[in-house]
Each structure stands twice: as structure tokens, then as C-alpha cells.
Design a protein around this ligand. Structure first.
Ligand code: SF4
Ligand code: SF4
Ligand code: FES
Length: 248
């Protein structure tokens, strides 16, 4: 017999002056191969058309559907109800600005992070449209590809204790962006230049290293390895700062 599922969902519309934060309970019957995306749509279609949540691709690609599912940041479109208990609590991702109910504005946060982390190739080379393509080894290309797979879902940011305490912290997704440009041979910045960006408590030294980000990234980005690498590299640069006449 199909299970009756209970969803306790955070409700609040910041646009509505009369709205107060509360939890609201919905019950639906589980169907075969049901995902949380399907369940939320069913609730919206059959019980409350005002329920706000975000979805776009339904395939773990766009990153729009991150939410806190029973206390853990996850993608709702990738969550099957058969893997959930009969009763589930859904909250919006913290850190990001609340749009309403389960919908948050990750775009503004990521845009700011890209600016703060100077997330673009820095080079003094003149662009020559007739020049042949620059070659890159497969190994480096794969490394860049691996770090570029972030879908901006915000799950790692929401799971990060420092990001929740310190709004200026670049958070795991921001530190990964810096790591991505560090391995790119087209970027001419050196360790000193990167130190200016992440050599502080708002950067890699603010990371407590407990790796909730690694546990929650739905794309399995190598956060643990990269955070360790950045910490080591920036630690060495910090020591060089203390030695007169040395430059890293
Ligand atoms: S390891 Fe660092 S970046 Fe990752 S969740 Fe913890 S404090 Fe945040
Ligand atoms: S690093 Fe992973 S968890 Fe963080 S925003 Fe990118 S895809 Fe999402
Ligand atoms: S809807 Fe695109 S990742 Fe879930």
C-alpha cells in the first residue's frame, strides 16, 4: 500500500507585510518513482498554489532546487521520496536572501562572490584573434574541468559554519573558484596575488576545516583536497611575508 507522506514546510513571504514565519503541514500519497520535485508540485497543484520553491532542469544541472531536507542541504530534484522517512521537514537554504518559503536568491550571492574572488583569467597578453590556440596538457584541462563543474546550488555554502557566521566569508564555492584559476596556466597571477584575495579570515584562513561542504556537495567536487591545497599554499606565502626580502 502506498505510504502517506507528511511534509512540514517553512512558510514566509517577505513581500507580504502580514506574513509571519511558520511551519505548515501537507500530506500526500506517495507514488512510484516520486521525487521531492514531484511531491512539491503535487502539493502546489492540489493543495496550495502559493507555495514558493525553485526548479528548472529537474536533472541536477541547474542548481536551483537546493533546500534543507530533514536538516541537510540537498537538491530536491535528486531526492527520491522512497529514501525519505514518512515525515519530512523542508527549510530554505540559510545564508542566502529569502525570496519566499523554500525559494532563495543564490544568484546575487554568487555574483558578489565572483567579484570578490576576481573570478576571471588575469593576463597581460594582448588578445590576437589570428593566433593559434594555446595548447594545454590533458591533465591540466581535466583538473580545470573538474573544478568548473560547480552548479551554484549553494548546498556547500549553506552547510558551512563560517559562511553562516561571517557574511564576508568566501565560502567553499568561492575558494573553489580561486583554486580553479590557480591551476589555469593562462592566468598569470602568482601566489602573492592570490594571497591578496584569499589570505585572510574572509578567505582560506576562515575555514574551520570540518568539511561539511565536502559531505553535502551533490556534484562531488574535490572540496577537501582543494581546501587543503589552498591552506598549504597560502600558509607558505604567509610565512614568506614574515621573512624580509622574500617573495612567493
Ligand atoms: S571545511 Fe571550511 S569551507 Fe568547508 S564547510 Fe567547513 S568551514 Fe566551510
Ligand atoms: S561546490 Fe558543490 S555544493 Fe557548492 S555550490 Fe558548487 S555544486 Fe553546489
Ligand atoms: S532542478 Fe535543476 S538541479 Fe534540481
Amino acid at each position: 500500500m502506498a505510504r502517506m507522506l507528511t511534509f512540514n514546510i517553512f512558510r514566509f513571504n517577505p513581500q507580504d507585510e502580514g506574513s509571519k514565519p511558520k511551519m505548515q503541514t501537507f500530506k500526500i500519497e506517495e507514488t512510484d518513482s516520486m521525487t521531492l520535485f514531484i511531491a512539491l508540485n503535487k502539493i502546489r497543484e492540489e493543495q496550495d498554489p502559493s507555495l514558493m520553491f525553485d526548479f528548472c532542469c529537474r536533472a541536477g544541472i541547474c542548481g536551483a532546487c537546493g533546500m534543507i531536507i530533514n536538516g541537510r542541504p540537498e537538491l530536491a530534484c535528486h531526492t527520491k521520496t522512497k529514501d525519505l522517512p514518512k515525515e519530512t521537514t523542508l527549510m530554505p537554504l540559510p545564508v542566502f536572501k529569502l525570496v519566499g518559503d523554500l525559494s532563495v536568491d543564490t544568484g546575487t550571492w554568487f555574483r558578489q562572490m565572483y567579484q570578490n574572488s576576481e573570478s576571471w583569467i588575469h593576463t597581460n597578453k594582448e588578445f590576437d584573434p589570428n593566433a593559434p590556440e594555446e595548447r594545454m596538457s590533458n591533465e591540466v584541462a581535466n583538473q580545470i574541468y573538474d573544478l568548473d563543474r560547480c552548479i551554484e546550488c549553494g548546498c556547500c555554502v549553506a552547510s558551512c559554519g563560517t559562511a553562516r557566521m561571517r557574511p564576508e566569508f568566501m565560502a567553499p564555492a568561492g575558494l573553489m573558484r580561486v583554486a580553479r584559476f590557480m591551476v589555469d596556466p593562462r592566468d598569470q597571477r602568482d601566489s602573492e596575488d592570490f594571497y591578496e584575495i584569499i589570505g585572510s579570515d574572509e578567505g582560506v584562513f576562515g575555514c574551520m576545516g570540518l568539511l561539511a561542504c565536502e559531505d553535502t556537495c551533490p556534484k562531488d567536487l574535490p572540496l577537501q583536497d582543494q581546501l587543503g591545497y589552498l591552506r598549504k599554499k597560502m600558509g607558505i606565502t604567509a610565512i614568506k611575508h614574515l621573512i624580509p626580502g622574500r617573495k612567493g
